[in-house]
Write a protein that binds this ligand. Sequence first.
Ligand code: ADP
Ligand code: MG
Length: 442
Amino acid sequence: IKEAVKKEINPSPTDISYNTWFESLVPLCFDDNDTLILKAFADFHRDIVINRYSLVILNALRQLFSPHLSIKVILPEEVEKYKKFLKPKQDEKPEIVTQLNPKYTFETFVVGNNNRLAHAAALAVAETPPGERTYNPLFIYGGVGLGKTHLMHAIGHHVLKLYPGTKVMYVTSEIFTNELIAAIRDEKTDEFRLKYRNVDVLLIDDIQFLGGKERTQEEFFHTFNTLYEANKKIILSSDRPPKEINTLEDRLRSRFEWGLITDIQPPDFETRIAILSKKCQLEGTPVPQHILEFIASKIETNIRELEGALNKILAYSKLMAPDKEITLELAEKALKEFIDTNTKKELTIEDIQAEVASYFGIRLEDFKSSRRSRNVAYPRQIAMYLARELTNVSLPKIGEAFGGKDHTTVLHACEKIKELINTDSNTRNAVETIKKRLIHRE
Ligand code: ADP
Ligand code: MG
């Protein structure tokens, strides 16, 4: 039907708004009154279709089929009423747009002091019935491996469980960006827009990577507005709060601050133990309490590593002493190996430059240039400071790696950043975040 009507209407291919609204309209069925039922995805979509296009569509239909036809535009919630007219094997598009990791649910998420608020907010958002107001957007930030992705998937699962049929979409900001680039390349930006503006719950992970990507930000801005106005849920995660995402457009930053911003901190000792025991319980492999305490005392900041350490010890014990209880000695050995392999790769100045560049959204060449404007000079000084602190490279060699700068320049940078760390919280946070990422880099 749709193709026929489209042909009849013959829209000009450049009429973007027309194509957008028409393409997203789904013809469902005819009811017993010769009325064609069309499904719109939201109030505003229905209104636009009725106001602008109902006449054109109607004329086309009457030309094509019968002069007695009429149309009716309904919302997704009303589909139920027309069930009896639906043909049995009418394939709807799959409702789950993205795969969610089945392990990342609220049931497997351990709540501690470090994440209590983030968890409560995530749960509240997930439980809010579709279309009702809630924290929007929900912005979750925190360091690497602290459970942001887990929490986002949990929201997705919970929404699907409570409100089946909801369109949930989870993407990383990298995927969002790559899809946009592909869409631009293939001249399919309309499809891209529709795909993202057609969802009920949009989860975008690691939004800090949008920093510096102007076109992506522009596109996301419009997606955000459309979803926001339709009261669709938007959940974002980042490794830092919006105000610290450099090269983020102000209009996006301010929108991120409209809803609720909540953080996840590193877990305390008790929470680390609780996470480990939960893991053991889920895997069905009991591990003595004092071994869990040992692991929790050794690995403090990153939950992904905490899990890695536990797995390493389990694997080790299976191999070395399959039928015996894990001893502290064995755990120590396994953990030492784990920590060694985890820190084996030596950090280079290039690693540091890459991480600092991505944090501040500057180019690698900027480190080597002699530009002194603050947005380049300050990250350069931070990179020099980190190179000094985290590698064994000498001052003159560090200077070389920054485009042949004098060793006194490097020394000056180190001292200045050291001082700023004590006096300026932005610098302190930046240095800490970058350090963490360097230490936990894959
Ligand atoms: P992030 O996205 O913040 O880098 P992830 O969500 O990927 O971190 O979490 C890293 C690992 O730690 C995952 O395997 C996740 O299941 C686990 N994890 C994180 N927080 C918790 C928690 N509170 N309870 C149980 N597991 C957790
Ligand atoms: Mg993540």
